[in-house]
Design a protein around this ligand. Structure first.
Ligand SMILES: [Zn+2]
Length: 221
């Protein structure tokens, strides 16, 4: 079996999305790329996360061709592979229909950076890509254009996508985006206007995170 560790990582994070309240059933999809071979481990189409096993994860290349797997990859494969072809800094993609972030996706409003966690893991307001039909190359293109060099973007009337140098990093961006959305909605429900962190401070926090937040070996400490 190809890339067993990456398959395992994708499976664990896919199941984590249900635990964290970001997905129901088989909603959303995740992938990670092996830097050595360029191959990608990605969730299969239409299999519930709770019942998924490591053999169900599909191995594809950066053009979406199945290299190994008994199922087809997620129908939203184009918006994963476009990142591996177009962004050198991306090694993982997480797509969820996270409920609070999706509220902003349906009202077409960016999510502000209201807590330090968001500034660190996301680094700027999360913009909304215009609605485009799921599973299409057009959606992949719109997502890539709207996210720019960022890590988190909303898909109009659909959900959220985050990217990262690892699956852990992309997943942290998903959580931070969802937390920011939830807190903003809660603050507004109290009749208050939440304060976003100053733009310059967000940029500096983000730079700090990118420079220093990675696993360190003992001699680096
Ligand atoms: Zn979706």
């Amino acid at each position: 079996m190809l890339l067993p560790e990456y398959r395992q990582e994708v499976l664990e994070k896919a199941q984590q999305t249900v635990i964290d309240g970001l997905a129901y059933g088989a909603g959303g999809n995740l992938s990670v790329q092996d830097p050595e071979t360029g191959l990608i481990a990605i969730t299969p189409s239409a299999i519930e996360y709770a019942k998924m096993i490591v053999e169900d994860i599909v191995i594809i290349d950066a053009h979406g061709k199945v290299i190994e797997g008994k199922w087809g990859p997620t129908s939203e494969t184009p918006m994963h592979t476009i990142f591996y072809r177009e962004r050198d800094d991306v090694r993982a993609v997480v797509h969820t229909h996270a409920p609070y972030a999706s509220v902003f996706a349906i009202i077409n409003e960016p999510i502000p950076m209201v807590v330090a966690e968001a500034a660190l893991c996301v680094g700027g307001p999360v913009q909304v890509a215009p609605y485009t039909r799921p599973g299409t190359d057009e959606l992949a293109q719109v997502v890539l254009e709207t996210i720019g060099s960022g890590v988190s973007v909303l898909l109009g009337q659909h959900g959220m996508i985050t990217v990262g140098r690892s699956l852990d990093e992309a997943y942290s961006a998903t959580i931070a985006t969802e937390v920011s959305a939830r807190l903003t909605i809660l603050a507004r429900s109290m009749g208050a206007a939440p304060l976003a962190i100053d733009r310059q401070e967000v940029a500096e926090l983000r730079e700090m995170y990118l420079k220093h937040y990675h696993p360190t070996s003992s001699d680096e400490r």
